[in-house]
Design a protein around this ligand. Structure first.
Ligand SMILES: *Cc1c(COP(=O)(O)O)cnc(C)c1O
Length: 398
């Protein structure tokens, strides 16, 4: 047995999160794509069946009240809150990340007030964030300024209304310095809007602690909510009373069943709601979030760093020199929970890996992306992934 495999088994034996794997539906596959679609938590299928058959099938309309459907967006928001360092009452669940980005950005510009007419956006962002920012800028009469996160401090001025940044870069896995960037944005008088898609559920965020103004994130990556599960919106406590949503649907009304012609926003986080929530997806997410009940996010972060460190070590040991190059920073303070390897022929290489039971993903044009979900990925999985990758890249060794 190789030395690395022996180490992997020792690390698995002393892993305090190892038992969590049994709470997911998994097989022999090494699943390193939880940063794209989290695995299915075992509690979800029965819950969804109950929601469909009993709550909808038998109780029908009564479930809006009796099964707690109406209050699900705030209730589930409160379940996500501790994972991102937010107090209860700050987060509402619903709609896609893209829609919440729109609410957050237009809302941020409206909060910033007169004379501020620039939105700064991460130029390296996941495309939807850039598209939405461009439209939000046009609608609010702002200029859009795309810059890299490193250039943000020098791009800030008295004109900056809001800055949209990603906590972790979806492509390289680079973790940006949320406390320092938020402080710099505040020093210029602007609002900080953070996209947490690749950090929530993988590492501590500290939204309240660092005074983040608004934040959004999806729930189908590290939070395992299922395909298309609803996203969330965070609004800082002292902004809530002035948060002016650009999508003021009837679900965000102070008196939704008053059916009034004039709009009066509800208090608190539920001001971020729009229309009727997607109850089936939302309640699947609620069941999925139960796996976090006894899990401190600090333990998740510690294991995540150990997994990515070990993967980089196994890759360096097994893969022939020069075949791959890590795009993910080596420094822990700059690393999320994924490793991105630049590789020639990355598309066909990932296809062969998947055929051999190691599932990551390919990002155009030359990136192999591996996500490490600490709740269900172990160290032996990591060793196997690196070994299969090496075999895939050196077929002559057979
Ligand atoms: C996954 C992801 C999204 C997804 O947006 P949807 O509207 O949920 O499809 C948006 N932004 C970032 C940075 C992401 O990683």
């Amino acid at each position: 047995m190789s030395e690395l495999l022996v180490r992997a088994e020792k690390l698995d034996a002393s892993d305090e999160l190892a038992a969590k794997r049994a709470e997911f539906v998994l097989d022999e596959t090494v699943y390193l794509d939880g940063n794209s679609l989290g695995a299915l938590p075992a509690a979800v299928p029965d819950r969804v069946a109950d929601v469909v058959r009993r709550q909808w099938g038998a109780l029908r309309i009564r479930s809006w009240d009796e099964s707690g459907w109406w209050t699900a967006p705030e209730r589930i928001g409160d379940r996500i809150a501790p994972l991102v360092g937010a107090a209860a009452g700050r987060i509402v669940v619903g709609d896609s990340t893209s829609v919440n980005l729109f609410k957050a950005l237009v809302g941020a510009v409206r909060l910033a007030g007169e004379g501020r007419d620039e939105i700064v956006v991460d130029a390296t962002t996941f495309p939807t964030d850039g598209y939405i920012a461009e439209s939000a800028a046009r609608l609010t009469g702002c200029t859009l300024r795309p810059v890299t996160p490193a250039e943000v401090p020098e791009a800030l001025s008295a004109r900056t209304a809001a800055v949209l940044l990603n906590h972790v870069d979806y492509r390289t896995g680079r973790l940006h310095d949320l406390p320092a960037l938020t402080a710099a944005i505040h020093a210029s008088g602007a609002l900080a809007v953070w996209d947490l898609c690749h950090s929530a559920g993988a590492l501590p965020v500290g939204l309240d602690e660092h005074g983040v103004d608004l934040a959004v994130g999806c729930t189908y990556k590290y939070l395992n909510g299922g395909p298309g599960s609803p996203a969330y919106l965070y609004v800082r406590h002292d902004h809530q009373a002035r948060f002016d949503s650009p999508l003021p649907g009837w679900n965000s009304h102070a008196e939704p069943f008053g059916m009034r012609t004039d709009y009066e926003p509800a208090a608190g986080a539920l001001r971020g709601r729009v229309g009727t929530p997607d109850i089936l997806s939302m309640l699947a997410l609620e069941a999925a979030l139960e796996v976090w009940d006894d899990v401190p996010i600090e333990a998740v972060r510690a294991k995540s760093l150990a997994l990515t460190d070990f993967f980089l070590e196994c890759v360096a040991e097994y893969v022939p020199p020069g075949r791959v190059e890590s795009l993910t920073p080596a420094a822990h303070a700059e690393r999320g929970s994924q490793v991105a390897l630049r590789c020639d022929e990355a598309g066909p290489v990932m296809k062969r890996l998947i055929e051999r039971g190691v599932v990551g993903d390919f990002r155009h044009p030359d990136v192999l992306r591996f996500g490490f979900t600490p709740l269900y990925v172990g160290f032996a999985d990591v060793e196997r992934a690196a070994r299969v990758l090496a075999e895939t890249l050196s077929p002559a060794r057979g």
